[in-house]
Write a new protein. Structure first.
Lengths: 470, 199, 233
């Protein structure tokens, strides 16, 4: 199936971001095309036009012609289009409709009213081709992010679409999850399917790409063919606002984390964990951990799924009670409640943490009487002052994060914890995030970041330590 | 511009399902504690009306179609029936949801006063059981006795269920529903529209 | 472990409903709970079923032997509360068994066979899909509130009513709207708007097990009804 965009222009109702202006391109059957560009450049918009969500779901005025094998895409109904175009989105948590994996894989087939024996055959085919044996007949809620995305992919694969659309499929995944998605994509490429991926994280796709379409402010700035892209160096990419196209094995040294009793040098000027053990559901997630975190440094915690990274953060900030061990801050033992007062965690989904109707008010929650000047100064530091009267929900992901950081500064929090701060951020915003982390460290805060974003680590990390499954 | 028409699509159904969960939570948390205690049970509709106002206002703004609110009523009726609630409650909610949908629909869900009235009407549905009790005491008692309610529960309820109590319940619910609805309208202006979650 | 048609389960719920409407609480309630427990175990849901039965047994035990130890208002309140619990138990237990053993696709295809409109089936399905997600979201929101010193205690509410109200509604509704949009995108791009009849990978057909269970439940109900009516004459 050949795709053609002819003089396509589009704007979301009431929003400037993500619009398209006179976009023209063609994609032939079997091509693997990468759509790249900064946040808001329009790459997601193109995927939404191709799967029909624009204009029926998102509204807005679509001008120009989008042709699939010569037929205008608007002549297709949503369910007709879904058999030709399969879409995988970025959030694993809200992509599945069923609670069980088997039902989810065949969801598209059931919607289409396919016969039962054909469905069963397809289910077996998909299981064997994508190696899903371990994931069959399981509760989706209990799967990891990568496993959920794999099921989402399988669900699309089962309907045998001609075109696969992916909108930042790796955004919420760790290294392992990304590897699994890459395998799935390799498979489709071998089978001759057309793949269009809108992505920030490029390195895992480099070997698969036939062509790169680079968008800027809704216009196609450049089309780069695959081989040229593979030879582009990091500086050129960064100048275009893009992330690296190579996976460089990190050449830093992991500090091993210490599980034995050890003499600590001086515990009076750090956050000190001694013999910390945390048990969840009768399972020991952290076992006798010893670690000191000093201010003015940025610590990055890495590790595989289930190694206990989130648990470590939650134990430090007081959300979980450790089953054994002690945590002391600047020489004094601190209880869970005290730790909660002194620490702040910037969550992966910042929407859970924003409560007010304007940025200014968000900073002023719980603040003392005359904090208005301080609030404005803090917002200015975070490059958010021009939005001070806007609603927090209208900000982009990176901006919301900076707002959460502003809040933590207003509250004078000493320990700042970050859970995957750069998932889904483009190169510019990732740099901004790294700079802000450095700024915070310079203010004397204790900074601990859970991340698997190698680029972030190389930008700002002072010490990495790796958690391993016990 | 109501170009979407009055027909509901898949997105509307999904939003309806999600908001139904939110409504149910609001009713259970607000009214639940009252329903279980016989001497306080008449306050159930009042408690149930406390939290749901903002949810209601946001819902009808997101899906401004009559069918959506009606479906909420149908779904809540079905769930109530499946868990053995009294038919007065179930059908009360169903009927009042439909009436609320019609009322707010007169001006395409855009008139704030009508929306407020619609919410109050919606909350009246929760009083269904108690109306049946009051107006047809004998049959309610025999119905509940047969269902297995203890005589003492009924005695307590009967002693509590005076005309005055009914009045308190009705007036109380209307007042609380109005307040919650007004809070909902305020949150709409101050937060929801500004946040961009309403189209 | 056996499998029965979701429509059979619906009918069994209806019978249980009739039972709890027409039969007063007593020994027959215990019998019915046992019946539901057998169903639950047959369907493979034995852990939760056994736990539910134990809770019921404990409460029944209390009502029989320990209630007489209380007196006055405590007695009435407790007895009344227990009465309510026993009244709702059969239906809620049955609903629990059905929901826990029916998969979403199965349910939707069965309802499609009964020609129940999608406008009711999809919202019902979404309700059960969304509840666990809501629980997760809410626990994150509570955590976030704890860091800001906001809570739902009366003291905090009196100090900052506007903030507490905002904290109650805004994150939940924003995340709910986002989840709704993402769920819808995912469902629509996989063809949920297809007006044709849904199929299922599972056999949606009445089988022997369905017939037997329906018969057993119906017979039990009719017998109990007869004995009960006969007794009260």
């Amino acid at each position: 199936m050949n795709i053609e965009f002819k003089n396509v222009s589009f704007a979301y109702p009431g929003k400037e971001n993500g619009a398209l202006e006179d976009v023209n391109f063609q994609i032939k059957q079997g091509e693997f095309v990468l759509l790249v560009g900064e946040s808001g450049c329009g790459k997601t918009t193109i995927t939404r036009i191709l799967n029909g969500l624009i204009p029926s779901f998102y509204g807005g005025n679509l001008k120009g012609n989008v042709l699939l094998d010569g037929k205008d895409i608007r002549e297709y109904k949503s369910y007709e289009l879904s058999s030709l175009v399969g879409s995988v989105f970025q959030n694993p948590r809200t992509q599945f409709f069923n609670a069980d994996t088997d039902g989810e894989i065949v969801f598209g087939l059931e919607n289409a009213g396919i016969q039962r024996d054909v469905i069963k055959a397809e289910l077996d085919r998909v299981t064997s081709e994508l190696h899903l044996e371990q994931l069959r007949n399981r509760n989706i809620f209990k799967l990891s992010g990568g496993e959920k995305q794999k099921i989402a992919f399988a669900s699309v694969y089962a309907t045998n679409p001609k075109i696969y659309l992916m909108d930042e499929p790796s955004a919420n995944l760790d290294t392992q999850g990304i590897g699994e998605i890459k395998q799935c994509l390799e498979k489709i490429k071998r089978e001759g399917g057309t793949v269009i991926v809108a992505e920030h994280r490029l390195y895992y796709l480099t070997s698969l790409i036939d062509r790169v379409i680079y968008l800027e402010n809704g216009k196609i700035k450049q089309e780069i063919d695959g081989d040229t892209f593979r030879t582009m160096d990091l500086n050129t990419l960064n100048a275009m606002g893009l992330r690296t196209n190579k996976y460089e094995l990190p050449c830093y040294e992991y500090k091993k984390c210490d599980y034995k009793q050890q003499e600590t040098k001086c515990i009076n000027d750090c956050l000190s964990l001694k013999g910390l053990s945390v048990e969840l559901n009768k399972h020991k997630v952290l076992n006798s951990l010893n670690k000191d975190f000093y201010p003015n440094q940025i610590y990055c915690v890495v590790g595989n799924n289930g190694a206990g990274k989130s648990t470590l953060l939650r134990a430090i900030c007081g959300l979980i009670k450790p089953s054994q061990g002690a945590i002391s801050l600047y020489g004094k033992t601190v209880s869970g409640k005290e730790r909660m007062q002194k620490s702040f965690i910037v969550m992966q989904d910042v929407n859970y943490q924003l409560f007010a109707d304007s940025l200014l008010n968000e900073c002023l929650i719980g603040a003392k009487e005359d904090s208005l000047a301080l609030a404005e100064k803090t917002l200015d530091e975070m490059n958010l002052l021009q939005y001070k009267d806007c609603h927090p929900n209208t900000l982009s992901g990176g901006q919301k994060q900076r707002l959460a950081i502003a809040v933590s500064l207003m509250m004078d929090k000493e320990i700042l914890l970050f859970d995957e701060p750069t998932s889904g951020l483009d190169y510019k915003n990732m740099r901004l995030c790294a700079n802000i982390l450095k700024k915070l460290a310079n203010k004397g805060k204790i900074i601990i970041v859970v991340t698997h974003d190698e680029e972030l680590i190389s930008q700002c990390c002072d010490e990495i330590f790796k958690l391993e499954n016990n | 511009m109501n170009k979407k028409g009055d027909k509901l699509n898949a997105r509307d159904f999904i939003i309806t399902g999600i908001f139904s969960v939110l409504f149910l939570m609001a009713v259970m948390i607000g009214g639940g504690p009252f329903a279980a205690i016989p001497s306080l049970t008449f306050y159930f509709p009042i408690g149930a009306a406390v939290l749901a106002g903002p949810i209601f206002m946001l819902f009808i703004a997101k899906v401004p179609k009559r069918g959506a609110l009606a479906i909420v009523g149908v779904v809540e009726c079905i769930l109530g029936t499946l868990t053995g609630m009294h038919w007065g409650l179930n059908f009360g909610i169903l009927i009042c949801s439909i009436i609320a949908a019609v009322i707010a629909g007169f001006e395409n869900f855009k008139n704030q006063k009508l929306n407020l009235v619609a919410y109050i009407v919606y909350c009246i549905g929760a009083m269904g059981t108690y109306f049946v009790f009051y107006f047809n005491r004998e049959s309610w008692i025999s119905f509940m006795l047969q269902k297995g309610t203890e005589q003492s529960y009924i005695d307590v309820m009967s002693s509590v269920a005076t005309g005055k109590m009914m009045l308190i319940m009705i007036v109380g619910t209307i007042i609380v529903a109005s307040l919650s609805g007004l809070l909902g309208l305020r949150l709409m202006r101050k937060q929801f529209v500004k946040a961009g979650i309403v189209e | 472990m056996i499998r029965i048609d979701p429509r059979t389960k619906m009918i069994l719920i209806a019978i249980t409903l009739l039972f709890s409407m027409l039969i007063p609480t007593g020994i027959y309630t215990c019998l019915w709970i046992l019946l539901i427990a057998i169903l639950g175990i047959l369907l493979g849901r034995w852990q939760k079923t056994v736990r539910t039965v134990i809770v019921f047994a404990v409460l029944w035990f209390i009502s029989l032997y320990f209630l007489s130890l209380f007196s006055g208002t405590a007695y009435i309140s407790l007895m009344v509360w227990l009465g309510l619990v026993f009244k709702c138990y059969p239906c809620c237990m049955m609903a629990g068994v059905v929901i826990g053993t029916t998969q979403m696709g199965e349910f939707m295809a069965a309802m499609s066979k009964w020609r129940i409109p999608r406008s009711v089936v999809i919202p019902l399905a979404i309700i059960f899909r969304y509840i666990p997600t809501l629980k997760e979201d809410w626990s994150h929101i509570r955590d976030a509130m704890a860091f800001r010193g906001i809570s739902f205690s009366p003291l905090c509410f009196l100090k900052n009513p506007g903030t507490v109200i905002d904290a109650l509604y805004l994150p939940v509704l924003v995340t709910a709207c986002k989840s709704a949009d993402e769920l819808s995108s995912s469902a629509i791009t996989r063809g949920i708007e297809n007006p044709g009849k849904r199929t299922s990978r599972l056999h949606i057909k009445f089988g022997m097990a369905d017939g037997v269970l329906l018969l057993v439940f119906l017979l039990a109900f009719v017998c109990i009804l007869a004995i009960n009516k006969g007794g009260s004459v």
